[in-house]
Write a protein that binds this ligand. Structure first.
Ligand code: CAA
Length: 241
């Protein structure tokens, strides 16, 4: 049986690596994006993975988008809640808009995407929900009160939902990446990255998106059915949760 996986923010960065790794592991994969049409088109041409555009901050858009994916690709067995954004700034400078954008995407997005797929997973007695949280949801990060709050919320959501899904064959897990070499991390001022962040990573380098993708493939597998409510940390030893 070929399982179907949906990856939010699945055309760039860590999400693209996850979509590709699941595709290579034999899943039928669909990937969502919201803004970067050019990149999404190039990803689809390169990989053959279908892409869908909607904003995960919008519940109805998620319901409609998921219905389209299920009609095209099949019922969703694996949902990877990967899409995430930053609006970094010292707390005294962040605006209500910075707060709401980040909470809307990185936390509310998990509700909006998971709620529509949950009844089908319950009916079919199988599901895998994998939430991409962050080291900064575990430890907190200066300049990221919004992001850290949302990512910590993702872990609470994971633990609560895991208890509800367990009797129905649905596992819910979180992956907490550390600093991975993507556009999001490259947006950090170079001086901050060199002076404050890299020296805190014992393995001495940024992570690779593929290193996170391998965690997801593992948690998505049928064989990982006994693992639920867990947080899989991949951060080069930067924070030992
Ligand atoms: N640890 C300790 N001190 C830090 C620091 C850090 N990580 N980052 C900045 N500082 C210090 C600066 O050196 C500076 O101190 P001095 O004035 O004594 O030099 C002070 O804090 C203010 O910093 P800035 O001058 O940079 O202030 P700013 O207002 O221009 O920018 C900021 C603030 C936007 C938060 C910027 O510092 C920044 O981008 N920091 C990095 C935040 C971060 O780690 N974001 C992660 C993005 S990647 C991601 O989110 C993916 C993931 O899941 C890991």
């Amino acid at each position: 049986m070929t399982r179907v996986a949906l990856v939010t923010g699945g055309t760039r960065g860590i999400g693209a690596a996850i979509s590709i790794a699941l595709d290579q592991a034999g899943y039928r994969v669909a990937a969502t994006y919201v803004g970067n049409e050019t990149e999404a088109r190039s990803f689809q041409d390169r990989t053959g993975i279908p892409t869908y555009r909607w904003d995960i901050r919008d519940y109805q858009a998620c319901k409609d988008g998921i219905a389209r994916v299920e009609a095209d690709v099949g019922p969703i067995d694996v949902l990877v809640n990967n899409a995430g954004i930053t609006r970094d700034g010292m707390f005294h400078r962040i605006t209500p808009e910075d707060w709401n954008m980040v909470i809307g995407t990185n936390l509310n997005g998990l509700f909006n995407m998971t709620h529509p797929v949950w009844p089908g997973m319950r009916e079919r007695s199988f599901g895998r929900i994998i939430n991409i949280s962050s080291i900064n949801g575990q430890k907190g990060q200066l300049g990221q009160a919004n992001y850290s709050a949302a990512k910590a919320g993702d872990i609470g959501f994971t633990k609560a939902l895991a208890q509800e899904g367990a009797a129905k064959g649905i596992t819910v897990n979180a992956v907490c990446p550390g600093y991975i070499g993507t556009e999001m991390v490259r947006a950090i001022p170079e001086k901050v990255l060199k002076e404050h962040i890299l020296p805190q990573i014992p393995v001495g380098r940024l992570g690779e998106p593929e290193e996170i993708a391998r965690c997801v493939v593992f948690l998505a597998s049928d064989e990982a059915g006994f693992i639920t409510g867990s947080t899989l940390t991949a951060n080069g030893g930067q924070y030992l949760a």
